[in-house]
Ligand binder design. Structure first.
Ligand code: FE2
Ligand code: FE2
Length: 322
């Protein structure tokens, strides 16, 4: 038998600067997909010409949220020392499981069983999707006990996943929902996005605290490592975007949105943005700006989601360093 002295989590004083705030905000945002009337989208869905793209967008997001539930938040929480931060990450993990499940709720409502089976097979076969899942999961799986650098790399990757890679998928429901199309499915995405905003900021903040402890040489090395990873993921993301959006003609707009969010992800971890500013589709940007703060952007929000009365979360809510 081992002879480790286990410590109990003590919330009576703050051992982590912002753990309590992240905890409170995440719980205030609790939601369940079944509370949203996705069945109201069925009528529009039946005559929708780009069902294939829409389904693939959500299937891809399902994979990322599955990895984030089972490997990402799970591992990062396991190797985080501070017990309050560990608790916060464990709560985030539970929300990842809700996200991953919510897409299935949309599929169940809109698709046939056969279509759903095909879709989950497609996830296993799409090379770009599998590439990003492997790339990120490998880094999660490389965290070592007593190696803060490996933990930082996992946190960095987690922010890349949540603040950058999700957005090639988020684009489409926001774009359609903002025009009054498939609004209930879009509402689910906006609730997921609201959670991802807080995760990106929180994990980015924890990563920045770790980063400060490294020597200048180490910081430079990790800096380079971070940008190389981002570029690698970015190149793959452009191919993924072209692949799934080909039939819609929206690829260039999705690409711009992905670059915008890559910059946001870099800022979350305290790094400089790397892509030049460019215009992002205003419908999609509008969805983000109002996200979490007003419930009338998608006009059915009030009716479909009466439960959520939470403090506004915007891109700048946890804007600590800028
Ligand atoms: Fe998620
Ligand atoms: Fe997340």
């Amino acid at each position: 038998m081992s002879n480790i002295i286990y410590e109990a989590v003590n919330w009576n004083k703050a051992t982590s600067e912002l753990a309590q705030i992240f905890w409170d905000q995440q719980w205030k945002q609790i939601w369940f997909p079944e509370e949203i009337a996705v069945s109201k989208d069925i009528k529009q869905w039946k005559s929708f010409e780009h069902q294939d793209t829409y389904k693939k967008v959500f299937a891809g997001l399902t994979l990322l949220d599955t990895v984030q539930t089972n490997i990402g938040m799970n591992r990062v929480a396991a190797y985080t020392d501070d017990l309050q931060e560990k608790a916060v990450l464990t709560v985030f993990d539970a929300f990842e499981a809700i996200h991953a499940k919510s897409y299935s709720y949309i599929f169940t409502t809109l698709c046939t069983n056969e279509e759903i089976d095909e879709l989950f097979e497609w996830v296993k076969k799409n090379e770009f999707l599998q590439y990003k899942a492997n790339k990120i999961a490998d880094i999660y799986n490389s965290i070592e006990e007593g190696n803060p650098e490996s933990l930082w790399k996992a946190m960095f990757s987690s922010v890349m996943l949540e603040s950058f890679l999700f957005y090639s998928g988020f684009f489409y429901p926001l774009y359609l929902g903002g025009q009054g199309f498939l609004r209930n499915s879009a509402e689910i995405i906006s609730l997921i996005l609201r959670d991802e905003s807080i995760h990106g900021v929180a994990v980015g903040f924890f990563a920045q605290n770790l980063f400060k402890q490294f020597s200048k040489e180490k910081q430079e090395e990790l800096h380079l490592w971070g940008y190389e990873l981002l570029l690698d993921l970015y190149q793959n993301e452009m191919k993924y975007t072209d692949d799934i959006y080909a039939e819609t003609g929206l690829s260039p707009e999705v690409r711009a949105y992905v670059r915008y969010n890559a910059n946001k992800a870099l800022m979350n971890v305290g790094f400089e943005a790397m892509f030049p500013e460019e215009e992002v589709n205003p419908i999609v940007m509008n969805g983000i700006r109002n996200e979490g703060s007003t419930y009338d952007f998608f006009s059915q929000k009030g009716a479909t989601y009466a439960k959520a009365k939470v403090a506004p979360i915007t891109d700048d809510t946890f804007n600590f360093n800028r």
